[in-house]
Design a protein around this ligand. Sequence first.
Ligand SMILES: Nc1nc2c(ncn2[C@@H]2O[C@H](COP(=O)(O)OP(=O)(O)OP(=O)(O)O)[C@@H](O)[C@H]2O)c(=O)[nH]1
Ligand SMILES: [Mg+2]
Length: 292
Amino acid sequence: MTGHMSILTCSNQKTATSFRLISKKLFGKRVEMFHSKNSLLLTDTTPVYTKRESPQLSIIVPCYNEAENIKILVSAIDKALSSVVWEIIFVDDNSPDNTIDVIRECAARDPRIRGIRRVGRKGLSSAVIEGVLSSSAPFAAVMDGDLQHDECCLVPMLREITEHGYDLVVASRYVVGGDDNGLDGIWRHFLSKGGSSFTRRLLSIQLQDPMSGFFMFKRALFEKAATQMSGAGFKILLDLICSSSLPLKIKEVPTTFKPRRYGESKLDFGVILNLLKFIARMKVKKVLGGIS
Ligand SMILES: Nc1nc2c(ncn2[C@@H]2O[C@H](COP(=O)(O)OP(=O)(O)OP(=O)(O)O)[C@@H](O)[C@H]2O)c(=O)[nH]1
Ligand SMILES: [Mg+2]
């Protein structure tokens, strides 16, 4: 109910009675009236709910200590996705910089935004899995919360799925038109390019950028693969591809990887070690015939 009230004070009782009759004719049951002497109290009883269309696309954003980036990201996505019904699901691992408070603030103003706060848990991949599994949209995208991924790619990525029938679309730094200049320093370039080439060869994956953290897919295929996914480490795209029992129709679209403006990278030696362990496990599984 709106409960919206108006008090009408008239010069005399007769005018108030006339107003009551006119209001009854005009508004019928939508308005409750309380008439006393020369005043009339009108209460609007029309039930109000803001109808929200079900999202077509859920954007899953894992975040840890990204408080400064959240609001900028939300408005950038809003601007880029004017033609799509979307929602953003942030998955925060109880960040010490209180990222979740900024997410809650945005969610209080915009019902398309949700925040999952995990306590006693850590890890990009497992955060993404939980985010995707909380979505009911037909399509989902995974995107970093540090503004390094270009939100303008979201519409062309969705088009590849809806118009050209791809299962999975990867925003790639290493196809023609792509760019990895935002990577911080020679070491990160080496790690990203070297890691991609190593993974491609070892796991026979035909992607130019298997290390990308920016991709979109049909949610149903993720749902199927979820029980097989390891959920460990940083490279959720590899995890998804290696855990899918069906061959996936994959497309890479070029993207520019932007430099980090606020906050710090979480990629450390532990993350690299985890990736090597993951690739080794997948290779063994492949050799034993577990994955194609
Ligand atoms: N929920 C959650 N999010 C995480 C965790 N680690 C990293 N993230 C988020 O995952 C995204 C990618 O992490 P980054 O540290 O930017 O890693 P990257 O983009 O691969 O590496 P850089 O180029 O060095 O930034 C960011 O939005 C992080 O906040 C984690 O343990 N839990
Ligand atoms: Mg980053």
